[in-house]
Design a protein around this ligand. Structure first.
Ligand code: PXP
Length: 249
């Protein structure tokens, strides 16, 4: 069994940049949010440099690499441009996500099984550069086995379907998705993959996922940045941390 005590919280700061970019200036600064998150107990910072730069900018990534004392989890699509940027910075972790220009957020997991060859070649230099490579996927056996075959060290399970079902009151679907994630966490762990999870998690949905003993890290952004409006970023993170620890106890 994995070390069930240790569950890391990665705080995703993309949407601090979304608010900043709404006015085109420098405020609020995602780097300031990242440092505050660090002080509030975040174990890592996650940022997604999208192809269209709709939130995080190249300068934000430069700044995060300079100022962070906790690891940066750099989310990116599997493109040559992003690979060049990652190889220049060599962040602690790189999380490969699917990206579509028209989507509001990362809507589904990466299709690894159909792109095994290309992705195996794509991640090899990132691994050689010392980055831990994580693949963002749905709780699907085919995708997990493919992620293992291409040499990824980590999978991040997409919790969006579970969270959407909860928010829409489709509790049977929610519970079925939770069960799928539970089984797939165990499968991934048995293959030697480290398991992370994230997307759409809130105070209401975090605990059942945090309770999976194989899950070592949760990456949470939109809800925490939203909640920061009402109670401030530090208390918002502290409450998430408390719920995660409670679920794990
Ligand atoms: N993990 C991954 C791989 C993501 O793409 C995202 C969203 O950028 C998150 C976690 C965080 O999702 P949310 O902002 O909904 O908490």
């Amino acid at each position: 069994m994995p070390d069930a005590g240790k569950l890391r919280l990665g705080v995703n700061i993309d949407h601090v940049a979304t608010v900043r970019n709404a006015r085109g200036g420098a405020y609020p600064d995602p780097l300031r949010a990242a440092k505050l998150a660090e002080e509030a107990g975040a174990d890592g910072i996650t940022a997604h440099l999208r192809e269209d730069r709709r939130h995080i900018s190249d300068a934000d990534i430069d700044g995060l690499m300079d100022v962070l004392t906790v690891p940066l989890n750099f989310e990116m699509a599997a493109t040559d441009e992003m690979q060049r940027i990652a190889l220049r910075h060599r962040p602690h972790a790189v999380c490969i996500v699917p990206e579509k220009r028209e989507e509001k957020t990362t809507e589904g997991g990466l299709e690894v099984a159909r792109e095994e060859n290309r992705l195996a070649h794509f991640i090899a230099p990132l691994r050689e550069a010392g980055c831990r490579v994580s693949i963002f996927i749905a709780a699907d056996m085919r995708q997990i086995e493919a992620a293992h075959r291409i040499g990824a060290q980590v999978i991040e399970l997409h919790t969006g379907a579970y969270c959407d079902a909860h928010a829409e009151g489709r509790f049977d679907d929610r519970d079925a998705e939770l069960e799928r994630m539970r089984e797939m966490s165990a499968l991934a762990h048995s293959l030697g993959l480290e398991v992370h999870a994230g997307h759409g998690l809130t105070y209401e949905t975090v605990k059942p996922v945090a309770a999976f003993p194989e899950v070592m890290e949760l990456n949470i952004g939109h809800f925490l940045i939203g909640e920061a409006i009402f109670r401030g970023l530090t208390p918002a993170i502290a409450e998430m941390r408390r719920l995660m620890d409670e679920a794990r106890a």
